[in-house]
Design a protein around this ligand. Structure first.
Ligand SMILES: Cc1cc2nc3c(=O)[nH]c(=O)nc-3n(C[C@H](O)[C@H](O)[C@H](O)COP(=O)(O)OP(=O)(O)OC[C@H]3O[C@@H](n4cnc5c(N)ncnc54)[C@H](O)[C@@H]3O)c2cc1C
Length: 421
């Protein structure tokens, strides 16, 4: 191995929302951090639709300069139903994913740390410290920067490589069983009238017509641009046996829902998520601590992952900071704290997601819109983004009550007719 060229407190591998936020926070705390990313710039893999509620900007201090547009409406379109929920208040935003990650990297540099783009993590090994050396074990990391092999040294490593989990599992065969989901998205530019019909709203498409085994979407960006995407869970459906390629469902939305008089495709991108049911990922391994999608922080039901990836970084930073300052010896509490935050609602989301995407009949999917119809947008946001599924039962009760009233109405009208005869 070559000589060590550089030494850091922490090397964070992967400059997604988890790695970028983790590096930013650690640098703010005065630690010497290196953030590495395999791609040469953030436009290359701008795969995420990046729809998110208000909390992302406020809780994680994200500026409006990375926002593509704001939304105050949700629409759900199924094979035979459409529901719309609107509020005078802004409920969230659609971020520019490239700008978000670029902002986090810039902040890391502004706080005195380094960011290396076009830098691929290759391997690491930990070297035990010599007797009497109080600085602790060192980890030697091999990376390939601009096609040149470089060896660096760090006290800790962060695996923020998302679905790859590259540091935690040198051999992918050692990974826990992972469910995969695939998403493809077109960024299109449309005429003004077509844009206005989808502006300010997150529109979701469910059901066999639009997207069996998952859901599709339209998220608005600025300058008459719309993100139109489709995502599936890569498991068999109980009833739907044949699927079209994902781009078929995107085209369907463009042709039958957006109906632009004119449009152009600005960009095509996509990605695969890998998720461990029951959160069975490895969180800590020696000097490596994992954050974000590397420990399945993406929510299985909604596919929302940016906010949760950043939350995992906030949690990990507490442990890393204590360790580096010598006030904490290990990361024993990290997995437990992560499970406290995520496990319960993630397990419920898994059950609902598996049923909704892979086992429900098309009629049952239609009914969801009817259940939700009497709710406010704030209620729907609570269900979709804060996993307060009990709020859906409020809608279900109201739906059953409306059904009962209509049946009773019919019976009363009929008996009235009979008595009059
Ligand atoms: C199609 C699609 C649409 C989505 N839409 C939304 C949405 O609307 N809202 C939302 O909140 N979430 C959405 N998500 C999920 C969200 O984007 C992810 O949950 C989030 O990006 C996870 O962040 P992360 O930092 O953990 O991982 P990632 O964003 O995957 O970042 C990992 C980084 O590590 C880098 N890397 C990997 N291996 C190496 C290596 N060996 N060396 C160096 N670098 C490496 C990768 O290049 C990458 O940049 C979507 C996901 C997909 C696939």
């Amino acid at each position: 191995m070559e000589a060590v060229s550089n030494s850091f407190d922490v090397v964070v591998v992967g400059a997604g929302p988890a790695g970028g936020h983790c590096a930013r926070k650690l640098s703010q705390l005065g630690h010497r951090v290196l953030l590495i990313e395999r791609y040469k710039n953030f436009n290359v893999n701008s795969f995420s639709s990046s729809g998110t509620p208000n909390e992302t900007l406020t809780k994680y201090q994200i500026p409006e300069s990375v926002v593509g547009s704001f939304w105050n409406e949700i629409s759900i379109v199924t094979s035979n139903q459409t529901g719309k929920w609107r509020s005078p208040q802004i409920q969230g935003s659609v971020l520019d994913f490239a700008k978000l990650r670029s902002f986090l990297a810039d902040e890391t540099i502004a706080h005195g740390s380094e960011v290396w783009l076009n830098c691929l993590y290759i391997s690491h090994k930990t070297v035990a410290c010599e007797k009497g050396d109080r600085s602790g074990d060192r980890t030697i990391v091999q990376v390939r920067r601009d096609r040149t092999d470089v060896v660096i040294e760090a006290r800790l490593l962060v695996d923020a490589t998302g679905p790859n989990r590259s540091l935690m599992y040198a051999n992918p065969k050692d990974q826990p069983e992972l469910i995969t989901g695939t998403g493809v998205e077109f960024l299109i530019e449309v005429d003004e009238a077509a844009y206005d019909r989808s502006a300010n709203a997150l529109t979701f498409f469910l059901g066999y017509k639009w997207m069996p085994k998952g859901y599709s979407w339209i998220f608005p960006m600025e300058n008459r641009r719309l993100k139109v995407g489709a995502g599936i869970v890569n498991l068999p459906h109980e009833f739907v046996k044949e699927m079209q390629p994902l781009k078929h469902y995107i085209q369907l939305i463009i042709d039958q829902h957006i109906k632009p008089t004119d449009y152009s495709i600005v960009e095509r991108h996509g990605g695969t998520v890998r998720y461990s049911l029951g959160l069975k990922d490895k969180y800590v391994d020696g000097s490596v601590i994992a954050v974000g999608d590397a420990v399945s922080t993406i929510n299985f039901l909604g596919g929302e992952g940016i906010r949760h990836a950043m939350e995992s970084s906030e949690i990990s930073v507490k442990y890393i900071d204590r360790y580096l300052k010598g006030t904490g010896q290990n990361f024993d509490g990290y997995q437990q704290e992560m499970h406290q935050v995520f496990l319960k609602s993630w397990t419920r989301s898994e059950k609902l997601g598996l049923k909704k995407y892979l086992a429900d009949s098309d009629r049952l999917v239609d009914r969801v819109v009817n259940y939700l119809r009497p709710l406010t947008l704030e209620d729907v946001v609570d269900i979709l983004f804060y996993y307060k599924f009990e709020k859906a039962s409020k809608g279900l009760v109201s739906y059953l009550w409306r059904k009962l009233r209509s049946v009773l109405g019919k019976v009363l009208r009929q008996s009235d007719r009979i008595f009059r005869l």
